[in-house]
Design a protein around this ligand. Sequence first.
Ligand SMILES: [Zn+2]
Length: 367
Amino acid sequence: MSERGFGSCARYVQRRGEIGRVGQHLAALGKTALVIVDPFIEKTYGAQIDASIAETGVTVQKIIFGGECWEGEVNRIIAAAGDSRPATVAGIGGGKTLDTAKLVAEDLGARILCFATVASTDAPTSGLAMRYFEDGCADRPIFLPRNPDMVIVDPDLVVKAPVRFLIAGIGDALSTWYEARSNRDSRSKNYVAGGQGMPIAGMAIARACHEVLMRDAMGAVAAAREGIVTPAVENIIEANTLLSGLGFENCGCSAAHGIHNGLSILPGCHSKLHGEKVAFGTLCVLVLEDRPQSEIDEVFDFCEALDLPTTLEGMGLGDASTEDLRRGAAASLNPGEATHATYAELTTDTVLAAILAVDAMGRARRS
Ligand SMILES: [Zn+2]
């Protein structure tokens, strides 16, 4: 196809100590800002953030994030902003804090700054926000007309967070290349400006994301577990955040995310993180698309080494009945689900078979 579109955050900065330079970044975007901060980050780094803002003279209204990215929380923050019309809305925290900031910014017509304090998903760079209901069940993705103006990651904060978040980010990033390939082979549209053809840049970034994961994931996790920042850690943070984010937005998601979404209707897996479930979904894509066993084994090896789920038990679904799983498989085929971006034959039966086959292989490899 000849048409194509590329979407990206305008700037990305990943540097140690950046939490002490929040003010400088806000000042570059405007004189006033509404800053939404995760409560843990406020408690731990609030004074440092305030000091950096005070140095710059930016007028800031700070709001503590309520914990869920849902309509009520977005409306609460918009109401708190009143008539102030800030130049910038900033989120400082994890994916839900940042997605809330994007939705508030969109409503207020403000610029968007995303400061990621963990590397657990590829949400920060993208022009979409995943909205939930108050109880934490997924509502729907909201596609925004613009990407964040600024994305910042501080590796010092990332390695202080539980290593499980970094591993989940690797699971999310693992899907990027395989889902990009799905979209390429099925000639599906990406998420840019209502859906465009895949640009060469998108595919190159997805490929680079995969190469970095295969090379650096083990070393990065070992170091991050000890709270140490190494080049491998920095490479993985970039892969999880920038490469995976640009990769999925410009190439599209596929059945790894679709099966994740479908299985997420089952309460058993609610304790699992997004990227953990997406890793299992990635194995399902490979089975569904009849990829070579050598490739499937490679992804199993990778997931097992990082303790990402490769069985239904690992997904928290060890007790799920076949009927439950069938409902999950059917939900993964709801209209508009990313699952449809694969060229594989898609019925509830073929998706269910892929899920059961991955579980069977995962269990066989363990025993
Ligand atoms: Zn994801």
